[in-house]
Design a protein. Structure first.
Length: 177
């Protein structure tokens, strides 16, 4: 079995590692559009799709599953523990911009109200946000991503678990045709 999901370091990839068997292959993509395309083009047999969140409710990808006539064959939920992380050791008052996936930004909306003058930018996934912050020359950028992802990119975690009681449901889907 080939399972498509978002790239290494995302919550989707964490779930994929939980649900695959030893002989299965996880194939990662940078965007959910690429995940859906890989399934409809039969590059993967199944796809992992985030569909609901305890903080924000229904995730838009649930509608894509229906629109594309995909069939749900399983589900898995995990705790989501977003961190705020910087490239350098600055204080939160020095942050000039914050990057993350749109869904993560929605989940962190109340927390982000502490940064009214900070630019908030969207990335294709949370791992991409961490990678951008780790690799740019600007020193005042921050990422919202998973703890392990922030550690992987050697970011300094300013705050852990910035949204309490945050849990997401993922569906495993296949082509319904």
């Amino acid at each position: 079995m080939r399972l498509g999901c978002l790239e290494t370091g995302t919550n989707s990839e964490r779930v994929a590692r939980k649900v695959v068997n030893p002989n299965d292959t996880i194939i990662t993509f940078t965007s959910m559009q690429e995940v859906f395309n890989s399934l409809t083009n039969r590059e993967v047999d199944y796809a992992l799709v985030p569909v609901e969140n305890s903080v924000t409710g229904v995730i838009q990808y649930k509608f894509d599953v229906r629109r594309l006539n995909l069939e749900k064959i399983g589900e898995e939920s995990i705790d989501i523990r977003h961190c705020l992380a910087l490239k350098n050791r600055f204080k939160t008052k020095d942050i000039g911009f914050i990057l993350s996936h749109p869904e993560a930004l929605k989940q962190c909306q109340v927390y982000l109200e502490e940064f009214p003058a900070v630019y908030i930018g969207e990335t294709r996934n949370t791992a991409e946000a961490a990678r951008i912050i780790a690799n740019i020359n600007f020193t005042n950028g921050a990422a919202i991503a998973d703890y392990q992802t922030c550690q992987y990119y050697k970011l300094n975690i300013i705050e852990k678990d910035i949204v309490k009681n945050n849990r997401s449901l993922f569906w495993i889907v296949k082509n319904g045709l």
